[in-house]
Design a protein around this ligand. Structure first.
Ligand SMILES: Cc1cc2nc3c(=O)[nH]c(=O)nc-3n(C[C@H](O)[C@H](O)[C@H](O)COP(=O)(O)OP(=O)(O)OC[C@H]3O[C@@H](n4cnc5c(N)ncnc54)[C@H](O)[C@@H]3O)c2cc1C
Length: 481
């Protein structure tokens, strides 16, 4: 590998080829949840698309001559399924896109922005905002995650209900294939039926088919006001009823509908006691669910509030909410979102837990939770369920925390396998998906083999073999190849 490393140093400059003997690689080798740490041969930090292409060419040549090298594309390394860190072999090169972070162009008349793959999501949002437009993708990791990673995982987030997943926000991509060729597809076109749409193969492929170097993304008119409300609901069936009502009354104005069970907020209150949680006594009592609703309005803040008030009135009459508060200011709206977004971090601080990022037909969610909660509590008394997520998209983060006082590490060793099987079997029974938005990575390869049909799996394997015959990109992720 020494010859390869010196060719890479010559190409990128020594400062951008980090190696374990000379540099601290922990930020690139360790995943966000601290579930795994790999060992990289090197971390590369190219500055341009031609450099990425040249890196791939060098690695492809080395691989063809018998070296075990492979490439792991990495953006912000906030992925939750061990897709962006190297394995333990010491033969994988992490290709960090972090230096490729420029906004290339904003075309306001075409409502499109072209950015490099390493651009932080928060920077794309800001650039759109500066141009008087909206880039709606939004998730709690937006200050760290990158557009390349968002596209690689087809990230969802909190605005999917109105604007769709990252896939729906992408007009075109520029990418590097396994031969080291640049495939130009940075089209700002909204219609282009010219054969197979390779962009959609790359999106959600988790770095296994090619390296995305830039993307053209859709922008939208900026709402005049975004107002949030926080509702206490008697249970999940009522939350689903409230969703139907909100969709009927607010139509496309409803841009967020987030569910939080009492325990998920209890954990936030414990970890961040300075935060004010609405209906805190009901949270402590543990017998209700809570919903954060967001309304985007193109008239005025007052108009948004009136529409929310009308919704709350109907919902109270129909018994699907017990109480509600409408944010009085932007600061209050932000504070409500902050509570929702604090859950993953608070849960991590509470200790290791067993995470499930599942999706289900919304109509089946109450019954799924009732059955699965009972099943798990019967098997392991006193376990605690952190259940929150994007209910408007049928997406739950259905996470399992050990009983109070138990050792979380021992709990994981003893129960993780059984709990995963129980939850995913239930998900399959209700027609859901074992991975709604986080992807497959290294963590859920076995589940993909189990729950995808053999015909679909065979098609995926054929695509991978055709596009990356040497298995150069992210081997062992998504597919067991
Ligand atoms: C606090 C927190 C909240 C989150 N909330 C959400 C949420 O609401 N919705 C959601 O969907 N996800 C969420 N995530 C998961 C994660 O943030 C997203 O998956 C994000 O899109 C990953 O972006 P990244 O730049 O960090 O990618 P990375 O973690 O670096 O990589 C993710 C995957 O994409 C591949 N990849 C990265 N860059 C490229 C590229 N340029 N070309 C090809 N492949 C590439 C990697 O190889 C890897 O397989 C959350 C994560 C955290 C930590």
């Amino acid at each position: 590998m020494e010859a390869l490393l010196s060719a890479l140093r010559e190409l990128l400059g020594s400062a951008h080829v980090l190696t374990p003997d000379a540099d601290d690689l922990s930020a690139y080798e360790q995943d966000w949840r601290k579930r795994g740490r790999g060992r990289a041969l090197a971390v590369l930090r190219p500055a341009s698309t031609p450099q990425v292409a040249a890196v791939v060419k060098l690695c492809a040549l080395a691989k063809a001559s018998g070296q075990a090298v492979s490439i792991v594309p990495q953006g912000g390394n906030t992925g939750l399924v061990l897709g962006s860190i190297p394995d333990a072999s010491g033969a994988q090169i992490v290709l960090s896109l972090s230096r490729m972070n420029q906004v290339r162009q904003i075309d306001a008349a075409n409502a499109a922005i072209t950015v490099e793959a390493g651009c932080l999501l928060a920077h794309v949002q800001q650039a759109a905002d500066d141009a008087g437009l909206l880039f709606p993708l939004s998730l709690a990791a937006e200050g760290t995650c990158t557009i390349g990673g968002n596209l690689g995982t087809n990230a969802g987030g909190t605005q999917v209900l109105r604007y769709g997943n990252t896939r729906d926000l992408c007009l075109g991509i520029e990418w590097v294939n396994a031969a080291g060729e640049v495939v130009q597809g940075l089209s700002g076109l909204r219609k282009d039926n010219t054969g197979y749409d390779l962009r959609h193969l790359l999106i959600g492929s988790e770095g296994t088919l090619g390296i995305i170097t830039a993307a053209t993304l859709k922008l939208f008119p900026k709402p005049v006001a975004r107002v949030t409300a926080w509702a206490q609901v008697p249970g999940l069936a009522a939350a689903v009823q409230l969703l139907g009502l909100a969709q009927a009354q607010l139509a496309s104005g409803l841009t967020g509908f987030e569910l939080m069970n009492a325990f998920s907020l209890d954990v936030v209150m414990k970890q961040s006691p300075q935060l004010r949680v609405p209906f805190a006594s009901a949270v402590r009592a543990g017998d209700a669910c809570f919903v954060l609703l967001e309304l985007s309005d193109f008239e005025s803040e007052a108009h948004a509030r009136q529409r929310f008030e009308a919704l709350v009135e109907t919902a109270l009459e129909r018994g699907c909410i017990e109480d509600a508060v409408i944010a009085e200011s932007i600061a209050q709206s932000k504070a409500m979102w902050h509570l929702r977004e604090s859950i993953p971090m608070a849960q991590a601080q509470e200790g290791p837990n067993i995470k499930h990022d599942i999706s289900l037909p919304i109509s089946h969610i109450p019954e799924f939770c009732e059955q699965t909660d009972t099943l798990l509590r019967k098997a392991i008394p006193h376990i605690r369920l952190v259940n929150f997520g994007h209910l408007g998209d049928g997406n739950l983060h259905y996470n399992v925390q050990c009983p109070p006082g138990a050792s979380a590490a021992a709990f994981l060793v003893e129960h993780e396998g059984h709990i995963n099987t129980a939850v995913y079997e239930q998900v399959a029974k209700f027609g859901g998906s074992f991975s709604a938005e986080h992807g497959v990575g290294q963590l859920k390869v076995a589940e993909l083999s189990r729950y995808k049909s053999p015909a679909a799996l065979a098609a995926m394997q054929s695509i991978k073999q055709a596009m990356d015959p040497q298995n150069l990109f992210n081997p062992g992720r998504v597919l067991a190849l």
